[in-house]
Design a protein around this ligand. Structure first.
Ligand SMILES: Cc1cc2nc3c(=O)[nH]c(=O)nc-3n(C[C@H](O)[C@H](O)[C@H](O)COP(=O)(O)OP(=O)(O)OC[C@H]3O[C@@H](n4cnc5c(N)ncnc54)[C@H](O)[C@@H]3O)c2cc1C
Length: 406
């Protein structure tokens, strides 16, 4: 019987493990952290799941959070300026956000309750070699940690060697939500972006704020200021940034009630966008396949990393179910099948961070034509499709023409 070892209990590892489990494939998960450690730890990210991931959650039977709490159907866009730019896109399939300190332990609980085995302990390269003697395939889903380096960086798809934004992500209280509820993407040119959205936390629904500061810019102080040293000063600093650079969100702050939810509800730092090789052959002759951030890590600004990780998990899972051997040909097939979506997510995110002129053309079309805006909003759930729209100025023009002639 085929046996799969999955290292890492993030979204990539868990979606793959749950999928294989549904099809009665023998899976063992390995992780360096227990669900309790994850649940009681620092905010790891602020993840929005889009349509494809939500479909997979339904398929896996892990769609535990009702849309009334966790979902929305609208994206608000606002660019600060004189005049500013404001438009909104509506989509039919909800996006959701649940604090991963609730989400991941719950999915691990599902996996174990359905008979799955999780072994706790840090795995290093030697440990991985040892595991390959026990399993037909090792799937490495360890995120951006050191094990990812074994796959080697793909220079052709990794144009940056440092983070392009320095981030502050946190859960906040005291912000009224827009009606209808949705994610708001706020841009202050030359300064950075703010993504604001509802998120289900251990303390109920709160506001997620993800500040994306341009390195060396005026917002970077947010990512460098320690909350614990003086919570009051920290909250005031964030509020000041909202007032000055993101007035659309500031207008919904309830005076006297704004603040970080708690000392562990923030994350500060940056992601170096990196695509790595899909697989390596281990000393045993068996193969290790990379999925999730371990394979492709992107800046969080477009909300793509976890969605691509889940997609990648399902591509790998289906290939495991279908193929006759888990050899190099299998790894190459997985690589080819996921390339368009995973590389779409990385390329489109890198482009949005630079925001070339033709994206402004697209933005202008979104302002004047609601159908264009809705189509772009919906395409955020399909990074391959979004990349096909925005890759070149000619493609943007063709996309706009096609919709405006309808
Ligand atoms: C602020 C922020 C906001 C984000 N927002 C979004 C968003 O809106 N939408 C979106 O799609 N993505 C978003 N992302 C990206 C998303 O968080 C990641 O792409 C996703 O969580 C990666 O999942 P993963 O399973 O690959 O890795 P991880 O979640 O990093 O999981 C890695 C797992 O491996 C384990 N592990 C690590 N090393 C070892 C080892 N040596 N031995 C054993 N176990 C090990 C860890 O404990 C963990 O269980 C955001 C990221 C950040 C930082």
């Amino acid at each position: 019987m085929t046996s799969i070892g999955i290292v890492g209990t993030g979204v990539a590892g868990l979606h793959l493990a749950l999928m294989l489990q549904q099809h009665h494939v023998s899976v063992t998960m390995y992780t360096d952290r227990t669900p309790d450690q994850v649940a009681s730890g620092r905010l790891p990210n602020t993840v929005m799941h889009h349509y494809g991931t939500r479909e997979r959650e339904r398929e896996l039977g892990v769609d535990h959070w009702p849309l009334a709490d966790a979902g929305w159907w609208t994206r608000y866009h606002s660019v600060l300026g004189n005049p500013g730019i404001d438009y909104r896109g509506n989509f039919d399939d909800a996006s959701t956000a649940v604090d991963y300190r609730l989400y991941l332990p719950r999915l691990e609980q599902d996996f174990c309750a359905r008979g799955g085995e999780v072994q706790v302990g840090r795995i290093d390269l030697a440990g991985l070699e040892a595991l390959s003697g026990r399993h037909d395939l090792i799937v490495v889903a360890t995120g951006r940690g050191p094990l990812a380096e074994m796959f080697g960086r793909r220079e052709d798809l990794s144009p940056h060697t440092a983070p392009q934004r320095i981030c502050l992500a946190g859960l906040f209280t005291g912000v009224d939500r827009p009606a209808p509820e949705g994610v708001s993407i706020n841009v202050s040119r030359g300064v950075g972006e703010l993504i604001e959205f509802p998120i289900v936390s251990a303390q109920g629904k709160v506001t997620g704020l993800l500040f994306e500061a341009m390195p060396g810019g005026v917002l970077e102080v947010l990512a460098r200021t320690k909350y614990d040293e003086d919570p009051g000063t920290f909250d005031k600093l964030v509020l000041g940034a909202l007032e000055q650079h993101f007035p659309r969100v500031f207008a919904r702050v309830r005076a006297g009630e704004f603040g970080l939810l708690g000392p562990t509800d923030l994350l500060q730092g940056g992601v170096t966008p990196t695509v790595r090789n899909d697989y390596v052959q281990l000393g045993s002759g068996r193969f290790a396949l990379a999925i999730g951030d371990c394979h492709a890590a992107v800046d969080p600004v477009m909300g793509q990393g976890a969605n691509a990780a889940s997609y990648s998990a399902f591509v790998a899972g289906r290939a495991i179910l279908e193929d006759v051997a888990l050899d190099e040909m299998f790894c190459q097939r997985v690589a080819a099948q996921r390339a368009e979506v995973v590389q779409g997510a990385t390329q489109v995110t890198n482009m949005y961070l630079e925001f070339p002129e033709h994206l402004r053309t697209l933005q202008a079309a979104c302002v004047r034509n609601q159908t264009v805006s809705d189509a772009v909003a919906a395409a955020f759930a399909s990074p391959d499709k979004l990349w096909r729209i925005v890759k070149t100025p000619e493609r943007v023009d063709a996309f706009i023409r096609r919709i405006e002639q309808l």
